[in-house]
Design a protein. Structure first.
Length: 191
């Protein structure tokens, strides 16, 4: 039996840690995810790919532990609002929350409520190289009202195949979510 490979996950979001640790526990027995609470400055760029890459490069310069690590940046993109809140998802969630988004969407019906979640994982195996990016998306729609007790953030208003993400447990969400898809690509790359 080989020894387990440790990968550090820098984030301030404990819900992300739970989802990713659950997935690694069931899908990658040879990998241990180690959480480090770290609040790095996030650039406000149009593309979350660029945000994730710059964040990983910032951490490479700042942290002393030279171990393989990743960070991830996620966002909700509402088609009828030209991709808003996208890279500004954290700011908008803190300012207006799910109820605010539902108000913005009040006159939108059917196809107009389409939205997607996207996660970009930026992985640095070596501190000498550029981060490698893994992207995962989930296509769904904005629900008419908040539903469900699980998940976090925008999960109660993001509906996929009849259920919001907040109406699924972690395992069910991971199987179809943006984060689950992006992280599975990272796991496949590592193993
Ligand atoms: P970091 O320290 O990892 O940056 P964060 O919470 O600031 O943590 P993001 O910038 O990636 O993370 O998140 C942007 C916003 O989108 C934030 O308000 C989250 O609550 C929300 N969000 C991210 N992933 C989500 C998911 O899977 N379901 C619902 N909301 C999500």
């Amino acid at each position: 039996m080989g020894s387990k490979k440790e990968i550090i996950f820098f984030t301030t979001n404990k819900n992300k840690v739970k989802e990713i640790k659950d997935l690694a526990d069931s899908e990658a027995k040879n990998i241990t995810i180690v959480h480090r609470e770290y609040d790095y400055p996030e650039l406000q760029l149009e593309e979350i790919e660029a945000v994730a890459k710059e964040s990983a490069n910032y951490i490479k310069k700042k942290v002393a532990i030279k171990k393989p690590f990743f960070i991830e940046d996620s966002g909700l993109f509402i088609h009828a609002l030209n991709g808003f809140p996208g890279p500004f998802s954290a700011f908008v969630f803190n300012k207006i929350g799910n109820e605010g988004i539902l108000k913005l969407m009040a006159d939108k019906e059917g196809e107009e409520r389409r939205a997607s979640f996207k996660t970009v994982v930026a992985f640095c195996e070596s501190f000498e190289k550029e981060p490698i990016l893994f992207v995962g998306t989930a296509e769904g729609k904005i629900a008419e009202k908040v539903r469900g007790e699980g998940g976090f953030g925008y999960d109660p208003i993001f509906e996929f195949e009849g259920k919001t993400f907040a109406e699924r447990n972690t395992d069910e969400k991971n199987r179809v979510s943006h984060r689950g898809r992006a992280f599975m690509k990272l796991l496949n790359y590592i193993s």
